[in-house]
Design a protein around this ligand. Structure first.
Ligand code: WTA
Length: 660
């Protein structure tokens, strides 16, 4: 972090700022900054106006009920089914418009219009109803990026059955935990998924999970990779057996604004992932409006590509719900960016003439490393606006993205938000905001943020602190599934003043505001790591390690990494006579992959006889970070056993060649 900061300062000195290009500003969805004042002066009217752009069965009585804060209700009394905004309302006039250009990793392609998507969603909804799914039942989804995946989310929404998508890179254990927490009734999965030329055996992993998920009654399996899979009679059905024979019509189930639309599990500061709850009305209002404003969407002309997997919130809000509500044409690509070669993304951009492109800083840094040639051998002149999400973007990567991908022409929208926020919170508006390399700029209209100190006091411009949100917003999480106390504790306890009825949302991120009030995100301030834009809890990895019979104790920290933002560094003490060697390192990494998923595998593991602890027995992670990043140690005065730190540092240095 400190390094990139110097660079930020240097960029300031050079006065490198980028005003909106005239050709964007002159005809943007938002072309005047008056919108910020309007939203602040009358937030209810601002949000109501955005809500009125969706399809409602019944208009709401009240925009916001904050009387039971921090439990919010938005668009109270409103009735809708989100799929009517995403699908039905497009049919009459633009049913033939392409909803998705889909490209499989092996090179197969499909074009799906809004009319076709609507019909397929209805068919699957009918099939799910036949399998006993009713309004309110939870449905788990564990799939690769095939066209049936957005169909699955929408079919659940059609029935008012909340979906819980589990990213296809998670392990059987992770899948089982999430299914059980939600007591899901049905699972939708694939035989396998294509990734980097090989098959991820989704059904096999699902079968492992299903041995301990008593709530699951049926499994719907999409055939994709033609791998041979076991089908359990009466429980498992093939998608192609049960869906095509259904009617392409299915009346949408009427839902309340505040009915749950979905659950999405994310890592927190404890070992157990949290089921983040989003509801129908407010979520769709913000997902749709923010997508339109930030990407300056012109649905008739644009081709939009968000590279995120639908397994993450970015895919939920900005591959499925936001773009479809706006009638956008999107690209979905199934597989890995280096398959068959390192120019696959740019090949896709060129072929579909993508105008709006949205990806993660970790990918941008990888493309930088691969070299400009892979990019410049393609015609990317269709691009108009390019975006990033998932982690702080370093100014160097920002500048590379701007010049090599964006041809020095496209505004960059660096969007800060979270699973919990449901939609963009801090981001430029390409027609009005002057950007600075590495800054997410300022909160969107209607969003009130602040940077505060330990006591919750707003810090002066130019200083850093904790990022907070000071007013409710429509797509805010409504809770943690089944755990109201944890919801209040995690997000609201630290900076709120309930006795004064002041409720402040704590995001878990550090931020600095510069003299212009621009926000610079500084990464997580809690025990959550950000590896390639994926949120992973240190405690989750620690408990996966301790679960291995050879391990007595484990401490995990995120260390800075050029490529992945952070890398997982583990420190492990062993039980009994087992010695720490290369074989055990491999075994432990695999163990973590089995417990959580490959994304959580430690990049390095150092064995030690003791972990550095305070006299009260708390592991001093700060010191382990210092060791991992080869810094001089911070304060060691509270340490119970100082010698141990030097010993670990010695071993960490010796281990270094074995890294990565
Ligand atoms: C980080 C992803 C800096 C941040 C949408 C946040 C970012 C966490 C940015 C949420 C950004 C996301 N700049 N940091 N533009 N976007 N983050 O829930 O630490 O997977 O708290 O949501 O990612 O990750 P999540």
């Amino acid at each position: 972090m400190s390094d990139s900061h110097h660079t930020i300062e240097a960029l300031f000195d050079e006065g490198r700022v980028f005003p909106p290009p005239p050709e964007v500003a002159s005809r943007a969805v938002v072309s005047s900054d008056a919108i910020y004042t309007e939203a602040t002066e009358d937030p209810d009217a601002f949000w109501a106006d955005l809500a009125s752009r969706l399809e409602w069965r019944r208009t709401w009585d009240t925009v916001l009920d904050w009387s039971k804060a921090p439990f919010a209700k938005w668009f109270v009394g409103g009735k809708l089914n989100v799929t009517e905004s995403c699908l039905d309302r497009h049919l009459a006039e633009r049913g033939d418009r392409v909803a998705y250009y889909w490209e499989g990793e092996p090179g197969d392609r499909r074009v799906i219009t809004y009319a076709e998507l609507h019909a397929e969603v209805c068919r699957l909804a009918n099939a799910l109803a036949e399998l006993g799914v009713h309004k309110g039942d939870r449905v788990a989804i564990y799939m690769g990026m095939v066209p049936e995946m957005p169909v699955a989310l929408l079919a659940c929404a059609r029935l008012g059955a909340p979906h819980s998508v589990v990213f296809g890179g998670f392990s059987a254990d992770s899948l089982a935990d999430r299914i059980n927490d939600a007591a899901a009734k049905v699972l939708i999965t694939c035989d396998g998924a294509w990734r980097g030329g090989s098959v991820v055996p989704l059904k096999e992993m699902a079968d492992d999970a299903l041995s301990r998920t008593p709530s699951i009654e049926h499994v719907v399996v999409v055939r994709r990779t033609e791998s041979s899979v076991a089908m359990t009679p009466r429980r498992d059905v093939w998608y192609h057996d049960v869906v095509p024979r259904q009617s392409p019509e299915r009346p949408a189930t009427e839902c309340d604004s505040e009915d749950m639309l979905y659950l999405l599990y994310t890592s927190g500061t404890t070992a157990k992932p949290k089921g983040i709850v989003h509801t129908c009305g407010g979520y769709l209002v913000h997902a749709a409006a923010s997508h339109s404003m930030v990407f300056d969407l012109r649905p008739e002309d644009d081709v939009y590509w968000c590279t995120a997997d639908i397994g993450w919130v970015t895919g939920h809000s900005y591959v499925v719900y936001g773009p479809l509500a706006n009638g956008a044409t999107s690209v979905i690509y199934e597989g890995a960016p280096q398959f068959p070669d390192k120019d696959r993304f740019w090949d896709v951009v060129e072929r579909y003439k993508v105008t709006l492109f949205y990806t993660a800083p970790t990918s941008i840094r990888t493309f930088m490393k691969w070299g400009d040639d892979f990019v410049s051998r393609h015609d990317l002149s269709s691009l108009r606006i390019i975006g990033t999400v998932g982690e702080p973007i370093n100014p160097e990567a920002w500048m590379w993205y701007r010049s090599v991908v964006g041809g020095d022409r496209c505004p960059i929208v660096d969007t800060w938000w979270q699973t919990e926020t449901g939609g963009f919170m801090i981001s430029p508006l390409p027609g009005v905001t002057t950007t600075k390399p590495g800054s997410a700029t300022i909160p969107l209209p209607g969003i009130s943020a602040d940077v505060v100190d330990e006591q919750g006091r707003s810090v002066p411009l130019g200083q850093g602190g904790y990022l907070v949100i000071t007013r409710p917003w429509p797509s805010m999480l409504r809770g943690i599934y089944g755990d109201d106390d944890r919801f209040v504790e995690t997000y609201w306890r630290r900076f709120s003043r309930p006795e004064e009825n002041v409720w402040v949302y704590f995001a878990g991120d550090g931020a600095k505001r510069d003299e212009d009030g621009y926000y610079w995100l500084l990464g997580r301030v809690d025990d959550v790591m950000n590896v390639s834009g994926h949120r992973i809890s240190t405690l989750e990895v620690e408990s996966a390690l301790v679960d291995h019979p050879a391990v007595a104790e484990a401490a995990v920290v995120g260390r800075d990494d050029q490529q992945t933002g952070q890398a997982i560094a583990a420190f492990v003490t062993l039980r009994g006579s087992r010695t720490g060697d290369e074989d055990l390192i491999l075994e432990l990494r695999e163990h973590v992959a089995t417990k959580i998923g490959k994304i959580a595998r430690p990049a390095s593991i150092v064995f030690t006889d003791e972990l550095p602890k305070t006299r009260s027995g708390k592991i001093m992670r700060r010191l382990l970070r210092d060791i991992s990043e080869q810094r001089k140690f911070g304060d060691v005065t509270t340490l119970a056993n100082e010698a141990v730190v030097h010993e670990i540092a010695e071993r960490a240095r010796a281990m270094r060649p074995a890294d990565s």
